[in-house]
Design a protein around this ligand. Structure first.
Ligand code: AMP
Length: 424
Protein backbone atom coordinates (compact mmCIF):
# COMPACT_ATOMS: atom_id res chain seq x y z
CA UNK A 1 0.00 0.00 0.00
CA UNK A 2 1.33 3.43 -0.85
CA UNK A 3 0.48 6.68 0.88
CA UNK A 4 -1.55 7.75 -2.15
CA UNK A 5 -4.20 5.10 -1.57
CA UNK A 6 -4.46 5.32 2.18
CA UNK A 7 -7.08 8.06 2.15
CA UNK A 8 -5.12 11.17 3.05
CA UNK A 9 -5.76 14.58 1.51
CA UNK A 10 -3.49 16.23 -1.05
CA UNK A 11 -2.15 18.70 1.53
CA UNK A 12 -1.06 15.90 3.81
CA UNK A 13 0.40 13.81 1.00
CA UNK A 14 2.45 16.79 -0.08
CA UNK A 15 3.89 17.21 3.42
CA UNK A 16 4.60 13.47 3.61
CA UNK A 17 6.33 13.50 0.22
CA UNK A 18 8.49 16.40 1.34
CA UNK A 19 9.62 14.34 4.31
CA UNK A 20 10.82 11.76 1.83
CA UNK A 21 8.51 8.96 3.01
CA UNK A 22 7.61 6.58 0.22
CA UNK A 23 5.43 3.97 1.81
CA UNK A 24 3.53 3.86 5.07
CA UNK A 25 5.13 1.77 7.81
CA UNK A 26 3.25 -1.32 9.10
CA UNK A 27 1.75 0.58 12.03
CA UNK A 28 0.72 3.44 9.75
CA UNK A 29 -1.00 1.00 7.38
CA UNK A 30 -3.10 -0.25 10.25
CA UNK A 31 -3.83 2.85 12.26
CA UNK A 32 -4.33 5.49 9.58
CA UNK A 33 -7.47 3.91 8.03
CA UNK A 34 -8.88 3.06 11.48
CA UNK A 35 -8.43 6.61 12.74
CA UNK A 36 -9.87 8.06 9.53
CA UNK A 37 -12.96 5.94 10.15
CA UNK A 38 -13.31 7.59 13.55
CA UNK A 39 -12.58 4.48 15.56
CA UNK A 40 -11.05 4.44 19.03
CA UNK A 41 -7.78 2.58 18.92
CA UNK A 42 -5.22 1.19 21.24
CA UNK A 43 -1.97 0.41 19.49
CA UNK A 44 1.18 -1.29 20.66
CA UNK A 45 3.95 0.59 18.87
CA UNK A 46 7.33 1.77 19.94
CA UNK A 47 9.35 4.79 19.00
CA UNK A 48 10.90 4.10 15.64
CA UNK A 49 7.83 2.51 14.10
CA UNK A 50 6.49 5.73 12.62
CA UNK A 51 3.71 5.91 15.19
CA UNK A 52 3.77 9.69 15.47
CA UNK A 53 2.91 10.19 11.80
CA UNK A 54 0.52 7.24 12.24
CA UNK A 55 -1.74 9.20 14.54
CA UNK A 56 -0.89 12.74 13.44
CA UNK A 57 -1.70 12.43 9.74
CA UNK A 58 -5.23 11.02 10.12
CA UNK A 59 -6.12 13.30 13.00
CA UNK A 60 -5.09 16.31 10.93
CA UNK A 61 -7.24 15.00 8.13
CA UNK A 62 -10.25 14.66 10.42
CA UNK A 63 -9.77 18.12 11.87
CA UNK A 64 -9.41 19.76 8.49
CA UNK A 65 -12.34 17.84 7.01
CA UNK A 66 -14.63 19.18 9.67
CA UNK A 67 -13.52 22.79 9.88
CA UNK A 68 -14.99 24.69 12.81
CA UNK A 69 -17.46 27.38 11.91
CA UNK A 70 -16.66 29.84 14.68
CA UNK A 71 -14.21 32.68 14.31
CA UNK A 72 -12.13 31.66 17.30
CA UNK A 73 -9.89 28.64 17.38
CA UNK A 74 -10.58 26.08 20.10
CA UNK A 75 -8.53 23.09 21.19
CA UNK A 76 -9.95 20.21 19.18
CA UNK A 77 -7.15 17.71 19.71
CA UNK A 78 -5.22 17.03 22.88
CA UNK A 79 -2.07 14.91 22.72
CA UNK A 80 -0.63 13.89 26.08
CA UNK A 81 2.94 12.63 26.35
CA UNK A 82 5.01 11.56 29.35
CA UNK A 83 8.06 13.78 28.79
CA UNK A 84 8.93 17.24 27.62
CA UNK A 85 11.23 15.98 24.91
CA UNK A 86 8.57 13.76 23.46
CA UNK A 87 6.00 16.56 23.66
CA UNK A 88 8.33 18.88 21.77
CA UNK A 89 9.05 16.25 19.13
CA UNK A 90 5.42 15.32 18.63
CA UNK A 91 4.49 18.95 18.20
CA UNK A 92 7.28 19.36 15.69
CA UNK A 93 5.77 16.46 13.74
CA UNK A 94 2.33 18.05 13.94
CA UNK A 95 3.77 21.24 12.49
CA UNK A 96 5.58 19.39 9.76
CA UNK A 97 2.58 17.42 8.60
CA UNK A 98 0.12 20.32 8.94
CA UNK A 99 2.18 22.86 7.06
CA UNK A 100 -0.29 23.05 4.18
CA UNK A 101 -3.35 23.09 6.43
CA UNK A 102 -4.86 26.04 8.26
CA UNK A 103 -4.40 24.40 11.66
CA UNK A 104 -2.36 25.74 14.56
CA UNK A 105 -0.61 23.75 17.22
CA UNK A 106 1.25 24.46 20.44
CA UNK A 107 3.22 22.51 22.99
CA UNK A 108 3.16 23.05 26.73
CA UNK A 109 5.37 21.39 29.30
CA UNK A 110 6.84 22.21 32.67
CA UNK A 111 10.27 23.51 33.55
CA UNK A 112 9.85 26.65 31.45
CA UNK A 113 8.07 29.95 31.99
CA UNK A 114 4.31 29.51 31.82
CA UNK A 115 3.51 33.02 30.52
CA UNK A 116 4.45 32.58 26.87
CA UNK A 117 2.35 29.40 26.89
CA UNK A 118 -0.61 31.32 28.29
CA UNK A 119 -0.20 33.93 25.56
CA UNK A 120 -0.07 31.23 22.89
CA UNK A 121 -3.21 29.56 24.23
CA UNK A 122 -4.96 32.91 24.38
CA UNK A 123 -4.30 33.51 20.69
CA UNK A 124 -6.06 30.24 19.94
CA UNK A 125 -4.84 26.84 18.77
CA UNK A 126 -6.41 23.70 17.32
CA UNK A 127 -3.98 21.04 18.48
CA UNK A 128 -2.35 20.99 21.88
CA UNK A 129 0.54 18.71 22.81
CA UNK A 130 1.21 18.63 26.54
CA UNK A 131 2.69 16.83 29.47
CA UNK A 132 0.08 16.13 32.16
CA UNK A 133 1.52 18.21 35.03
CA UNK A 134 1.84 21.49 33.17
CA UNK A 135 -1.50 20.93 31.50
CA UNK A 136 -3.12 20.77 34.93
CA UNK A 137 -1.27 23.94 35.97
CA UNK A 138 -2.99 25.69 33.09
CA UNK A 139 -6.32 24.15 34.04
CA UNK A 140 -5.78 25.51 37.58
CA UNK A 141 -5.10 28.97 36.19
CA UNK A 142 -8.08 28.74 33.86
CA UNK A 143 -5.94 29.54 30.87
CA UNK A 144 -7.18 26.61 28.87
CA UNK A 145 -10.49 25.25 27.65
CA UNK A 146 -10.71 21.52 27.00
CA UNK A 147 -14.47 21.34 26.59
CA UNK A 148 -14.33 21.14 22.79
CA UNK A 149 -11.74 18.39 22.41
CA UNK A 150 -12.76 15.94 19.68
CA UNK A 151 -9.69 13.70 19.62
CA UNK A 152 -7.54 12.61 22.54
CA UNK A 153 -4.16 10.95 22.04
CA UNK A 154 -2.32 9.26 24.89
CA UNK A 155 1.17 8.73 23.56
CA UNK A 156 3.41 6.27 25.38
CA UNK A 157 0.58 5.59 27.79
CA UNK A 158 2.47 2.77 29.48
CA UNK A 159 5.25 5.18 30.25
CA UNK A 160 2.80 7.67 31.71
CA UNK A 161 1.56 4.96 34.05
CA UNK A 162 5.11 4.03 35.02
CA UNK A 163 5.79 7.66 35.81
CA UNK A 164 2.79 7.88 38.09
CA UNK A 165 0.61 10.10 35.92
CA UNK A 166 -2.53 8.01 36.28
CA UNK A 167 -4.32 10.43 38.62
CA UNK A 168 -3.40 13.40 36.46
CA UNK A 169 -4.71 11.58 33.43
CA UNK A 170 -7.98 10.77 35.15
CA UNK A 171 -8.38 14.41 36.14
CA UNK A 172 -7.70 15.54 32.60
CA UNK A 173 -10.12 13.02 31.08
CA UNK A 174 -12.83 14.33 33.38
CA UNK A 175 -12.47 17.73 31.69
CA UNK A 176 -13.01 16.41 28.17
CA UNK A 177 -16.32 15.93 26.40
CA UNK A 178 -17.58 12.35 26.66
CA UNK A 179 -18.13 12.16 22.96
CA UNK A 180 -14.66 12.04 21.44
CA UNK A 181 -12.21 9.80 19.61
CA UNK A 182 -9.54 8.15 21.76
CA UNK A 183 -6.17 7.03 20.48
CA UNK A 184 -3.89 5.24 22.88
CA UNK A 185 -0.33 4.30 22.00
CA UNK A 186 1.98 2.26 24.17
CA UNK A 187 5.23 0.41 23.68
CA UNK A 188 3.99 -2.80 25.28
CA UNK A 189 0.43 -3.98 25.49
CA UNK A 190 0.38 -5.27 29.05
CA UNK A 191 -2.74 -6.49 30.84
CA UNK A 192 -2.49 -3.46 33.06
CA UNK A 193 -2.66 -1.07 30.15
CA UNK A 194 -5.50 -3.02 28.55
CA UNK A 195 -7.42 -2.76 31.81
CA UNK A 196 -6.73 0.95 31.93
CA UNK A 197 -7.88 1.40 28.37
CA UNK A 198 -11.10 -0.45 29.19
CA UNK A 199 -11.68 1.76 32.23
CA UNK A 200 -10.80 5.03 30.64
CA UNK A 201 -11.70 4.66 27.04
CA UNK A 202 -14.31 1.99 26.63
CA UNK A 203 -13.28 -0.82 24.30
CA UNK A 204 -10.97 0.45 21.59
CA UNK A 205 -9.87 -1.50 18.54
CA UNK A 206 -6.64 -3.23 19.33
CA UNK A 207 -3.75 -2.89 16.94
CA UNK A 208 -0.42 -4.55 17.51
CA UNK A 209 2.25 -3.37 15.17
CA UNK A 210 5.43 -5.11 14.42
CA UNK A 211 8.33 -2.75 14.69
CA UNK A 212 9.74 -1.32 11.56
CA UNK A 213 13.08 -2.31 13.01
CA UNK A 214 12.37 -4.92 15.59
CA UNK A 215 14.87 -5.90 18.21
CA UNK A 216 15.76 -8.76 15.88
CA UNK A 217 16.32 -6.86 12.63
CA UNK A 218 18.72 -4.09 11.76
CA UNK A 219 20.23 -3.91 15.21
CA UNK A 220 23.01 -6.20 16.34
CA UNK A 221 23.17 -6.81 20.07
CA UNK A 222 26.24 -7.68 22.04
CA UNK A 223 27.12 -8.01 25.69
CA UNK A 224 30.61 -7.17 26.90
CA UNK A 225 31.08 -8.77 30.31
CA UNK A 226 33.26 -6.45 32.41
CA UNK A 227 33.88 -5.57 36.05
CA UNK A 228 31.80 -2.74 37.39
CA UNK A 229 34.80 -0.51 38.10
CA UNK A 230 36.18 -0.99 34.61
CA UNK A 231 33.11 -0.07 32.63
CA UNK A 232 34.14 3.51 32.06
CA UNK A 233 37.58 2.57 30.80
CA UNK A 234 36.06 -0.01 28.49
CA UNK A 235 33.57 2.51 27.15
CA UNK A 236 36.33 5.01 26.38
CA UNK A 237 38.28 2.22 24.71
CA UNK A 238 35.31 1.15 22.57
CA UNK A 239 34.58 4.71 21.49
CA UNK A 240 38.20 5.38 20.57
CA UNK A 241 39.05 2.03 19.00
CA UNK A 242 35.81 1.86 17.02
CA UNK A 243 36.09 5.55 16.07
CA UNK A 244 32.47 5.96 17.12
CA UNK A 245 31.38 9.37 16.06
CA UNK A 246 28.05 9.49 17.84
CA UNK A 247 26.93 7.33 20.67
CA UNK A 248 24.01 7.44 23.05
CA UNK A 249 24.87 5.93 26.43
CA UNK A 250 22.32 4.94 29.04
CA UNK A 251 22.84 5.03 32.77
CA UNK A 252 20.32 4.13 35.41
CA UNK A 253 20.63 7.27 37.50
CA UNK A 254 20.96 11.01 36.95
CA UNK A 255 23.98 11.09 39.19
CA UNK A 256 25.54 8.26 37.20
CA UNK A 257 24.87 10.13 33.95
CA UNK A 258 26.58 13.29 35.20
CA UNK A 259 29.50 11.41 36.59
CA UNK A 260 30.06 9.39 33.46
CA UNK A 261 29.85 12.46 31.20
CA UNK A 262 32.48 14.18 33.35
CA UNK A 263 34.76 11.16 33.32
CA UNK A 264 34.52 10.84 29.56
CA UNK A 265 35.37 14.52 29.21
CA UNK A 266 38.45 13.84 31.30
CA UNK A 267 39.32 11.04 28.89
CA UNK A 268 39.22 13.63 26.12
CA UNK A 269 35.87 12.52 24.70
CA UNK A 270 33.29 15.26 24.29
CA UNK A 271 30.26 14.21 26.31
CA UNK A 272 27.11 15.73 27.75
CA UNK A 273 24.49 14.39 30.15
CA UNK A 274 20.77 14.74 29.70
CA UNK A 275 18.34 13.93 32.51
CA UNK A 276 15.34 15.17 34.40
CA UNK A 277 17.27 17.43 36.80
CA UNK A 278 18.64 19.53 33.98
CA UNK A 279 16.78 22.62 32.89
CA UNK A 280 14.87 22.38 29.68
CA UNK A 281 17.31 24.80 28.09
CA UNK A 282 20.28 22.64 29.08
CA UNK A 283 18.63 19.50 27.74
CA UNK A 284 17.70 21.12 24.46
CA UNK A 285 21.21 22.49 24.10
CA UNK A 286 22.82 19.12 24.80
CA UNK A 287 20.58 17.42 22.27
CA UNK A 288 21.26 20.09 19.65
CA UNK A 289 25.04 19.84 20.23
CA UNK A 290 24.80 16.09 19.88
CA UNK A 291 22.76 16.28 16.69
CA UNK A 292 25.24 18.75 15.25
CA UNK A 293 28.07 16.40 16.11
CA UNK A 294 29.74 18.75 18.57
CA UNK A 295 29.12 16.34 21.37
CA UNK A 296 30.22 12.81 20.64
CA UNK A 297 28.62 11.02 23.57
CA UNK A 298 25.21 11.82 24.97
CA UNK A 299 24.73 10.18 28.35
CA UNK A 300 21.08 9.84 29.25
CA UNK A 301 18.73 8.32 31.76
CA UNK A 302 15.78 6.33 30.46
CA UNK A 303 13.23 9.01 31.12
CA UNK A 304 15.23 11.77 29.46
CA UNK A 305 15.99 9.66 26.41
CA UNK A 306 12.51 8.36 25.94
CA UNK A 307 11.15 9.34 22.56
CA UNK A 308 14.27 11.22 21.48
CA UNK A 309 14.18 11.20 17.74
CA UNK A 310 17.80 11.11 16.77
CA UNK A 311 18.03 9.75 13.30
CA UNK A 312 20.66 7.36 12.07
CA UNK A 313 22.16 6.77 15.45
CA UNK A 314 24.60 3.93 14.87
CA UNK A 315 25.56 3.08 18.47
CA UNK A 316 23.61 2.74 21.66
CA UNK A 317 25.43 1.63 24.78
CA UNK A 318 23.85 0.36 27.95
CA UNK A 319 26.43 1.44 30.46
CA UNK A 320 24.14 -0.17 32.99
CA UNK A 321 21.29 -2.47 32.18
CA UNK A 322 17.86 -1.02 32.85
CA UNK A 323 15.67 -2.36 35.62
CA UNK A 324 12.82 -3.46 33.43
CA UNK A 325 13.49 -5.63 30.41
CA UNK A 326 11.05 -3.54 28.35
CA UNK A 327 13.29 -0.51 28.94
CA UNK A 328 16.02 -2.35 27.12
CA UNK A 329 13.79 -2.53 24.06
CA UNK A 330 12.98 1.18 24.38
CA UNK A 331 16.63 2.07 24.67
CA UNK A 332 17.76 0.19 21.63
CA UNK A 333 14.81 1.59 19.70
CA UNK A 334 17.11 4.59 19.40
CA UNK A 335 19.40 2.84 16.97
CA UNK A 336 19.01 1.15 13.63
CA UNK A 337 16.09 3.34 12.64
CA UNK A 338 14.64 3.63 9.18
CA UNK A 339 16.29 0.48 7.94
CA UNK A 340 19.77 1.54 9.03
CA UNK A 341 22.11 -0.78 10.81
CA UNK A 342 22.80 -0.19 14.48
CA UNK A 343 24.71 -1.66 17.39
CA UNK A 344 23.30 -2.13 20.83
CA UNK A 345 26.22 -2.72 23.18
CA UNK A 346 25.69 -3.56 26.84
CA UNK A 347 28.44 -3.45 29.45
CA UNK A 348 27.37 -6.01 31.98
CA UNK A 349 28.97 -6.68 35.34
CA UNK A 350 28.32 -9.59 37.65
CA UNK A 351 25.67 -7.61 39.57
CA UNK A 352 23.50 -7.44 36.48
CA UNK A 353 23.20 -11.08 35.51
CA UNK A 354 19.64 -11.28 36.79
CA UNK A 355 18.62 -8.23 34.76
CA UNK A 356 20.28 -9.72 31.71
CA UNK A 357 18.28 -12.95 32.08
CA UNK A 358 15.06 -10.94 32.16
CA UNK A 359 16.03 -9.13 28.98
CA UNK A 360 16.94 -12.32 27.18
CA UNK A 361 13.64 -13.84 28.24
CA UNK A 362 11.77 -10.88 26.76
CA UNK A 363 13.74 -10.99 23.52
CA UNK A 364 13.27 -14.73 23.37
CA UNK A 365 16.93 -15.40 22.75
CA UNK A 366 20.38 -15.10 24.22
CA UNK A 367 22.48 -12.07 23.39
CA UNK A 368 26.02 -12.94 22.27
CA UNK A 369 28.69 -12.30 24.93
CA UNK A 370 32.06 -11.02 23.81
CA UNK A 371 34.87 -10.44 26.28
CA UNK A 372 37.19 -7.63 25.20
CA UNK A 373 40.85 -8.56 25.70
CA UNK A 374 42.29 -6.53 28.54
CA UNK A 375 38.84 -6.13 30.13
CA UNK A 376 38.22 -9.72 31.17
CA UNK A 377 35.98 -9.83 34.25
CA UNK A 378 37.53 -11.02 37.49
CA UNK A 379 35.64 -14.24 38.19
CA UNK A 380 36.34 -14.07 41.90
CA UNK A 381 34.16 -10.95 42.27
CA UNK A 382 30.79 -11.58 43.87
CA UNK A 383 27.57 -9.95 42.80
CA UNK A 384 26.49 -7.01 44.90
CA UNK A 385 22.92 -5.87 45.17
CA UNK A 386 22.01 -3.02 42.87
CA UNK A 387 20.16 -0.43 44.86
CA UNK A 388 18.10 2.67 44.50
CA UNK A 389 20.28 5.74 43.94
CA UNK A 390 19.11 7.62 47.01
CA UNK A 391 19.39 4.58 49.21
CA UNK A 392 22.82 3.88 47.76
CA UNK A 393 24.33 7.27 48.47
CA UNK A 394 22.72 7.41 51.88
CA UNK A 395 23.54 3.82 52.60
CA UNK A 396 27.16 4.17 51.61
CA UNK A 397 27.69 7.00 54.03
CA UNK A 398 25.40 6.28 56.92
CA UNK A 399 24.59 2.68 56.98
CA UNK A 400 27.83 1.03 56.08
CA UNK A 401 27.02 -2.57 55.59
CA UNK A 402 23.24 -2.82 55.67
CA UNK A 403 21.13 -3.32 52.64
CA UNK A 404 18.23 -0.90 52.90
CA UNK A 405 15.99 -3.36 51.17
CA UNK A 406 14.57 -0.60 49.00
CA UNK A 407 14.28 -2.72 45.93
CA UNK A 408 10.89 -2.06 44.55
CA UNK A 409 11.72 1.33 43.09
CA UNK A 410 14.66 0.37 41.03
CA UNK A 411 18.27 -0.12 41.59
CA UNK A 412 21.35 1.98 41.80
CA UNK A 413 24.14 2.38 39.40
CA UNK A 414 27.01 0.08 40.23
CA UNK A 415 29.08 3.26 40.12
CA UNK A 416 27.27 4.33 43.24
CA UNK A 417 27.77 1.08 44.99
CA UNK A 418 30.69 1.02 47.31
CA UNK A 419 32.40 -2.21 48.07
CA UNK A 420 32.77 -1.18 51.71
CA UNK A 421 31.49 -3.86 53.98
CA UNK A 422 28.37 -4.70 52.06
CA UNK A 423 27.78 -8.37 52.47
CA UNK A 424 25.16 -10.52 50.94
P1 AMP B 1 8.33 7.59 15.42
O1 AMP B 1 8.13 6.13 15.60
O2 AMP B 1 7.05 8.33 15.29
O3 AMP B 1 9.21 8.16 16.49
O4 AMP B 1 9.06 7.83 14.00
C1 AMP B 1 10.36 7.37 13.77
C2 AMP B 1 10.99 8.00 12.55
O5 AMP B 1 10.45 7.46 11.36
C3 AMP B 1 10.82 9.50 12.44
O6 AMP B 1 12.09 10.04 12.21
C4 AMP B 1 9.91 9.72 11.26
O7 AMP B 1 10.25 10.89 10.58
C5 AMP B 1 10.19 8.50 10.40
N1 AMP B 1 9.02 8.06 9.60
C6 AMP B 1 7.72 8.09 9.95
N2 AMP B 1 6.96 7.56 8.98
C7 AMP B 1 7.79 7.16 7.98
C8 AMP B 1 7.59 6.53 6.71
N3 AMP B 1 6.38 6.18 6.29
N4 AMP B 1 8.68 6.28 5.97
C9 AMP B 1 9.91 6.60 6.40
N5 AMP B 1 10.18 7.20 7.60
C10 AMP B 1 9.12 7.47 8.39
Amino acid sequence: MSFNTIGLSAELLRAVAEEGYRDPTPIQRQVIPAILEGRDIMAGAQTGTGKTAGFTLPLLQRLSARAEGGSRRVIRTLILTPTRELAAQVEESVRTYSKYLPLKSAVIFGGVNINPQIEQLRRGIDILVATPGRLLDHVGQRTLDLSRVEILVLDEADRMLDMGFIRDIRRILALLPRQRQNLLFCATLSDEIKQLADDLLGSPTLIQATRRNTAAEGVSHVIHPVDRERKRALLSFLIASGSWRQVLVFTRTKHGANRLAQQLQRDGIRAAAIHGNKSQAARTRALADFKRGEVRVLVATDIAARGLDIEELPHVVNFELPNGAEHYVHRIGRTGRAGKEGDAVSLVCVDENGLLKDIERLLGREIPKVVIPGYEPDRSLKAEPIRDSRAASRGARERSGRDTGNRHRGRASPLNATAAGRGN
